[in-house]
Design a protein around this ligand. Sequence first.
Ligand code: G4P
Length: 532
Amino acid sequence: MSNNYTEEINRRRTFAIISHPDAGKTTLTEKFLLYGGAINLAGSVKGKATARHAVSDWMQIEKDRGISVTSSVLQFEYDGYCINILDTPGHQDFSEDTYRTLMAADSAVMVIDASKGVEAQTRKLFKVCVMRKIPIFTFINKMDREARDTFELLDDIEKELGIATCPINWPIGSGKEFQGVYDREKKCVIAYSDTEKGTKEGTSTEIPIQDEEHLKELIGEDAADKLLGEVELLDGASAEFDLEEVQKGNLTPVCFGSALTNFGVEIFLKHFLNMTTTPLPRKADIGMINPTEHEFSAFVFKIQANMNKAHRDRIAFMRICSGKFDANMEVRHVQGNKVMRLSQPQQIMADERKILNEAYAGDIIGVFDPGIFSIGDTLCMPREKFQYEGIPTFAPEHFARVRQVDTMKRKQFVKGVEQIAQEGAIQIFQEFNTGLEEIIVGVVGVLQFDVLKYRLENEYNVEIRLENLPYEHIRWIENKDEIDLAKLSGTSDMKKVKDMKGNPLLLFVNSWSIGMTLDRNKGLVLTEFGRN
Ligand code: G4P
């Protein structure tokens, strides 16, 4: 492959940002864009008080609730790198979506609020990252507010998340006294000013830490003494930086800063880009596919219908895993066994769309989907026919019976729930003897019920009623051909239903009922995962 081609791929960095809601993920993303020159003024950060909207925040429900429901993709250039950021929903109820998004990322940035440390959602999202075994970089944000003790924060990450930490920089003070950071690699102190409350890049002054005289002049005698003491302690106590351990996800480099005031953001970005990986090889059924040595291939990790009202369509998001994509070329959709041109390939940035002519491994593209793609599908060159590893579906833990209020709108109702189910946001089931006007919906997080109701009303003009069901566990019948469902004897809390492909499955209120049902029906094999 040509040099230019390899160069283009190697300058790509594709990562996801995760955090507990409100830790500052959106603000940090916007500051990255500010440095990349993608926006002029980082004043568009969403604010519940001011009703300004973040670039990556577009669904009404997100604005109403102040959480990110769906993930969006941002691309920008910085210092010769081409960066793709995948924003993820902060709320645990959307962790399945986060998992799918992480499948498309090569590393993750974890944002932590310095006054709170590791929070409930950080813990959950971190677990999802660990499942993906990707490098994780930590940004401890909001140092301009009263923060917890720095050593304690690191300890918290190590104990709560079970990952070793290696500070890349160290904060100089916190709250009103937060002046900047000490860069451990360069051994110099960087103090910030004039960022005009974070709306400008501002100016920074750098002084080597050995230059005590100037250091004291710059940050004050007390702060300098404190910093020198802490740095000594840190050099003696913290884990050695080891890039290999970072790449394996065993060690997280940590930076401190304030996304809001823009202190320490650029230095974090620089170190991060330096340490994180170029697009990684991916596993397929024919072996590992190398991004620079293989022609075009991609997989679908997300499907989203009706992204905005002006475009009533369905977009399949794919991550390009190898080679170069050209808008005019023919590709094979492996699962559909069809050779085609991808329709209207575009780069999607929040609610803006840009038609693409070319893209490279590492990039995320959205293509118009007439209803043929499913999550996990592979695309490759027409003469090839391999498949990337699938994306597992999470077992739903909450169930509700869904009824449409106006039975005349049956068609829209069925279309709506089917489309939303294809996106992977909900899973739908049916009782054996009812029609589609009444279905059972299973979700991983309860908020997805709200999203379903909202979307059916707003996008399909269908009003529904949800009746919560007490089930919490779901099992598919692995050996369904050997089992006579009518004779299956379960517990009183068990319900027999089928998925949309007609596969039988069982819902349980208690986990012990599963064991009891297995005992009562010799030969029955149950599985937690549905097959696509
Ligand atoms: P999220 O995407 O992780 O949910 O967080 P987001 O960036 O929306 O930030 C949540 C709140 O925290 C926002 O305040 C934001 O301004 C504030 N914030 C983010 N980074 C920092 C920081 O470094 N320091 C301080 N002090 N605050 C920070 P808000 O009140 O919800 O909105 P706004 O009215 O201030 O815009």
